[in-house]
Structures are given as structure tokens and as C-alpha cells.
Ligand binder design. Structure first.
Ligand code: NAP
Ligand code: ZN
Length: 403
């Protein structure tokens, strides 16, 4: 782990991450959550933002666990920091306590997620904090698992430790939205990303699509991939685009590249079959093209046959593999199928100021079976921002609970 753990002075030039999210927020009028009152002081917010900054160092690497950062402050100075590097390794609090040593006694610890209170792969952090003699614990958000939520906080309070909950809560939730979704719905968070022209086309009539958007937007997509556990395309996208689907950044996490193909009549040579930089998984149906499966095996591509290849089955399988967030980068056919099956919760639409025309040029989402505009799926929590010459619109489908 590079330069970890780090100990810095509280007044050293910590980046102000309250400025980080440059989305132009439209006032939230969708009524899903009322504006929350600020919890804690400005200093508390800065320390929690530092926790999130630390947590982000493990972006894309912690699933099925969350991203968590912790900062220990004594007499106004940071004396220990830590983050959870990956599942199976110690939690953020443990690293921070180790860095602080005896200075943790009587100190305040900031942690972006409620300290755990159960024996999992590691002993409970609540006990470690009690043992270290911290005086106060500042928590970003409670554990999203309703079965254990509040348990860690209750344990700390029972030991006479002051606990403040909800500092920078929204930012903490946002960072772990995939993890939260996984816990609540037993599926990874599905994010549909597409790039379209101003006249709503994702490719030309001949299927050519490189590139719809600017380099700035594509760089943004690379960063998005680094934060996701998997990225999915369909067979046609492999046949027509021959994509790489990597994060194109030295040292950054690459998601598992997943191809859904029923027919398995895919090119013998494709960038996705080069697995030295990033792994590839092909999901198909039982008995599909055994010869081609052999060819893929030989190149280090994993092939998994599902009884029926549907977006929901694919997401169920990726959940079982411990994934929190999955990026759908497919064309319109698979996108429509994924939306119809509830495999997409969030949409990221990159819109380039270009007109390509073509009455049969593909659009982002195929047939959903709707006939009147009143049937349209409305997004909530919609935000937009300008990236280079493009516009990115982001929103969420209203969440319904899964049986
Ligand atoms: N601008 C963008 O953001 C963007 C992104 C991606 C793609 N594209 C463009 O989109 C076009 C391809 O679109 P496409 O709609 O054919 O997309 P696709 O991403 O290739 O998805 C369709 C393919 O998915 C496979 N599939 C497996 N299970 C499926 C299921 N349950 N339902 C539907 N499909 C399933 C099938 O592969 P098999 O035929 O192999 O069985 C099917 O042909 C290309 O022109 C590409 O350039 C644009
Ligand atoms: Zn823990």
C-alpha cells in the first residue's frame, strides 16, 4: 500500500472535498428525502471529508465490503489515519488506531461508516475503540444493514464514549451507494452509462460509434470504471466496437469485463480476450458453442454458463461473486432488457453536441413496450454537469423493494 498509513497535521493543506463534487445540483424537488440539517462543526465536516478521501484510495477494491476511512484527532491535530484496503484485511479504524498508538487515548476518531460490532473476518472495531480509550467517535453514516444498524454505536455509548452520528452523511452514503444497495436489495447497484449525440443516437446507421463524446467525457468514464466491480456489454458491442473496457489509468483498479452472449458467435480476436491487464468473464447459456468456449479458456477468459441468460440472472450471479456496483455499457437491446428486469438503478447519459441523423441509427434504450408518454420511466435525484463540450445527466429510477 503506497504511502500508508499517513500522519499529517490537521492544519496541513487538506483538500476541501466539499468543493469536489462539481455537479450543478438541481434543488431536489422529487420529495425522496427532505434536506437534512448540518450535523457537527465545520472542523467535523473537514475531518469526515478527509475520511472519505482516504476511503477512496481503495476505490473498486473492497467489495463486498464498503469503502471506509478513519481519522484520529488529538488536541486539534490528526494523529492517525487509515482506510479499509480490501475485504479480509483490517478495517479503517484498526489502521488509524495503529498509527495513533497511545495518542488514541482520550482522542476523537472520525469514521465514515459506523464501527462494526460483530466478529466477521476481523474482530469488532467497537471493542478496539473501547480498548484504545478514545473519548469520542464521530460517525458519517450508520450501518445500512437493518439487522446490525446502530449496534456499534450502542456498544460505544454503553462504554461511556460520546458518539456523534451523521456528519457529512450524504457524502458518506454516496461513496458507498453500491454497497448500500447490495445490502438492502441483495443485488449489485446497476448503473447504465451511454454516450449519445444531441439527436439521441449511440451509433451511426452502420453501427459505428467511436467516438460519440469528447476525450474529457471518456476520461470520466475511465474513472467510473475504476470505481465499479464489473462492466457489462452484449455480444453485438464486442462484434461491432471491439472495446477494451479498462480504466486506462496506471495503478487504477480495472473492473471485471463481462460479455453477455447467448449465441457465442464472437470474434476469435478481440481486445477483451487479452486478459493480461484486466480479467474477462463471458456469461452464456448452457451448451453454447463449446469450441469457442475452449478458445476463450485458452486465452484466460472465464466462461460461465447460466441456465437462462437474462440481466437479472447475470446480476444475481455477480451478487454471489460479492460485487457492489456493475456498469452496464451495452447497446440498446441489452439496455432495454436490463431496465425492464430492474437490473438498472442509476443512469449516466453523456450527451455530445453533435447531430448524426439516421432514422434507423440506434438509440440508447430499445423497446420497453410502452405506447403512451405517461408510461415513461421518470428519473429522480437528477443532476447534470458540463464535461468538456458534453453534458452529463445523472439520475436514479425510483427504488422499489425486491421480494
Ligand atoms: N454510444 C454508446 O454508449 C454505446 C455503448 C455500447 C454499444 N453501443 C453501440 O450499440 C450497438 C450494439 O447494440 P446492441 O443493442 O446490439 O447491444 P449489445 O450490447 O451487443 O447487446 C445485445 C447483445 O447482448 C446479448 N444478450 C445476451 N443476453 C441478452 C438478453 N437477455 N437480452 C438482450 N441481449 C442479450 C446478445 O448477444 P449475442 O448476439 O452474442 O447472443 C445480443 O446480441 C453497436 O452499434 C455499438 O456501437 C453504443
Ligand atoms: Zn470494523
Amino acid at each position: 500500500m503506497d504511502n500508508f498509513p499517513v500522519v499529517v497535521q490537521a492544519d496541513a493543506s487538506l483538500p476541501n472535498y466539499s468543493q469536489e463534487n462539481t455537479f450543478l445540483m438541481r434543488p431536489n424537488t422529487d420529495g425522496d428525502s427532505p434536506p437534512t440539517e448540518k450535523v457537527g462543526t465545520d472542523f467535523d465536516s473537514r475531518m469526515m471529508q478527509r475520511c472519505l478521501e482516504l476511503a477512496r484510495r481503495a476505490l473498486g477494491r473492497t467489495s463486498p465490503n464498503p469503502l471506509v476511512g478513519a481519522v484520529i484527532v488529538k488536541d486539534g491535530e490528526i494523529v492517525g489515519e487509515g482506510f479499509h484496503p480490501r475485504a479480509g484485511e483490517p478495517h479503517a479504524e484498526v489502521f488509524a488506531l495503529k498509527a495513533a498508538g497511545v495518542r488514541a487515548q482520550g482522542a476523537t476518531i472520525y469514521v465514515s461508516l459506523e464501527p462494526c460490532n460483530h466478529y466477521g473476518r476481523t474482530p469488532p472495531c467497537s471493542e478496539a475503540l473501547v480498548k484504545a480509550g478514545v473519548a469520542k467517535v464521530v460517525v458519517g453514516m450508520v450501518d445500512p444493514n437493518p439487522l446490525v444498524a446502530g449496534g456499534g454505536i450502542a456498544r460505544l455509548r454503553a462504554a461511556g464514549i460520546e458518539v456523534l452520528v451523521g456528519v457529512e452523511q450524504e457524502a458518506c452514503r454516496q461513496l458507498n451507494e453500491g454497497f448500500v444497495h447490495r445490502i438492502l436489495y441483495k443485488r449489485p447497484l446497476g448503473i447504465l452509462k451511454y454516450a449519445m449525440t444531441l439527436d439521441g443516437k449511440i451509433a451511426t446507421t452502420s453501427g459505428h460509434s467511436a467516438w460519440v463524446t469528447s476525450q474529457d467525457s471518456r476520461t470520466e468514464v475511465h474513472q467510473l470504471r475504476a470505481a465499479c466491480d464489473a462492466v457489462i456489454v452484449g455480444g453485438n458491442t464486442v462484434r461491432l466496437d471491439n472495446p477494451y473496457l479498462t480504466s486506462h489509468q496506471v495503478g487504477a483498479h480495472n473492473p471485471l469485463r463481462v460479455v453477455m452472449s447467448r449465441r457465442l458467435n464472437l470474434p476469435e480476436n478481440a481486445h477483451l480476450w487479452q486478459t493480461a491487464d484486466a480479467p474477462t468473464l463471458v456469461l452464456t447459456e448452457e451448451g453454447a458453442n463449446p469450441d469457442f468456449q475452449q478458445l476463450l479458456f485458452k486465452q484466460g477468459v472465464e466462461v460461465v454458463e447460466l441456465a437462462s441468460l437474462t440481466p437479472d440472472r447475470a446480476m444475481a450471479y455477480l451478487y454471489e461473486r460479492g460485487f457492489c456496483s456493475v456498469l452496464w455499457e451495452c447497446g440498446s437491446t441489452l439496455a432495454a432488457s436490463a431496465i425492464a428486469q430492474g437490473a438498472v438503478q442509476k443512469v449516466l447519459a453523456f450527451i455530445a453536441p453533435k447531430i448524426i441523423g439516421g432514422s434507423i441509427a440506434p438509440t440508447p434504450v430499445g423497446d420497453l413496450g410502452f405506447t403512451t408518454m405517461t408510461q415513461a420511466l421518470s428519473l429522480e435525484r437528477v443532476r447534470w454537469r458540463v464535461i468538456g463540450s458534453d453534458c452529463l445527466v445523472e439520475g436514479y429510477f425510483p427504488q422499489t423493494s425486491r421480494a
